[in-house]
Ligand binder design. Sequence first.
Ligand code: HEM
Ligand SMILES: *[C@@H]1O[C@H](CO)[C@@H](O)[C@H](O)[C@H]1NC(C)=O
Length: 338
Amino acid sequence: MACDFSMNPFTMVFITLLVLVLQSLSTFGDEQLLVRDYYKETCPMVEEIVRYNLQFAVLKNPRMAASLLRLHFHDCFVMGCDASVLLDSYGGMVSEKQAGPNVNSLHGFEVIDRIKYQLEEACPLVVSCADILAIAARDAVAVRGGPGWEVYLGRKDSLKASFDGANQFIPAPNSSLETLIANFKQQGLDIGDLVALSGSHTMGKARCLSFRQHIHDESAEEHYDKYKRYTPFRRILRSICPKTGKDNQLAPLDFETPARFDNHYFLNILEGRGLLGSDNVLVTEDHEGEIRKQVWAYAADQELFFASFANSMIKMGNINVLYGNEGEVRKNCRFVNT
Ligand code: HEM
Ligand SMILES: *[C@@H]1O[C@H](CO)[C@@H](O)[C@H](O)[C@H]1NC(C)=O
């Protein structure tokens, strides 16, 4: 029965096809992954150039660390981490910068421009704007005393922006907990990521416009002490941000240690001292107590928070990444290449 081992044409075709499919799957898989050493050969200085410019920018304006962290978040939540947020309005396309959550509120575009300019001198058309945002966000956290992590690279830049997407997908500060959870879930992020990443509000500032509704909400129990009087915290915020006017007046998101990336945010929200409504609902609307447990754990153990935060940032940095020909490397982060 040895003749049974000789392949009939069908088996041969089948095996050839199988090998081809497996090969294409494996190369396909390789291309669809961010990697640490993506620019090792083509632009070995990339991380140094970003870090140097970031440190310089933060020396000039300490808030810039917070602003650059937020920029990466607002990029990733709209069509993925593809630098769509950096595009200016052009032709018929309206910039995401004009959308409600971003207008008069997002900062740091000039810093990205400067980094891009230097990268174009060092290694033209190699480093994507989306990768610059991811590296800058990581360095922004580190420079303020937060955790470090390896940034995975190889993102491509989008060919368009989505003004509607920015209005739809970036969570609003008056969202309920349920809405926040749904919002993150849409991006493939879970409740654990929501809690850890909200810890970003340990640095930076918000405008009166963003916290007015919360601070004047008579039904928010965290505004009263046990004698049913307004807490000093609430009185101070109401004087900074009256019921009308002073829309652009700023307050720090973390009153205790506004300049440091630490776990104070979680201590704050346990005491009802989150600045935004969306900060406080993590504790006040968590009826099962699972989130509160997480918040307590982070408040008690900064290293635990740091580890979770780094993990969730890597996860966020992977949202709907463009690979290979799905995008391009822009020459100028504000415009698609012509
Ligand atoms: C959970 C849902 C979130 C909501 C509703 C929210 C909302 C806001 C709002 C309203 C501001 C103030 C904007 C202004 O008034 O100009 C702000 C600031 C900020 N957010 Fe969030 N945010 C959320 C999650 C995140 C995440 C996931 C990150 C980062 C990974 C982040 C990082 C920041 C930073 C660093 C600032 C300060 C920016 C600066 O000072 O320039 N936020 N956020
Ligand atoms: C949240 O604020 C926006 C804009 O100020 C407002 O239109 C909306 O009704 C508010 N939503 C809730 C749930 O309060």
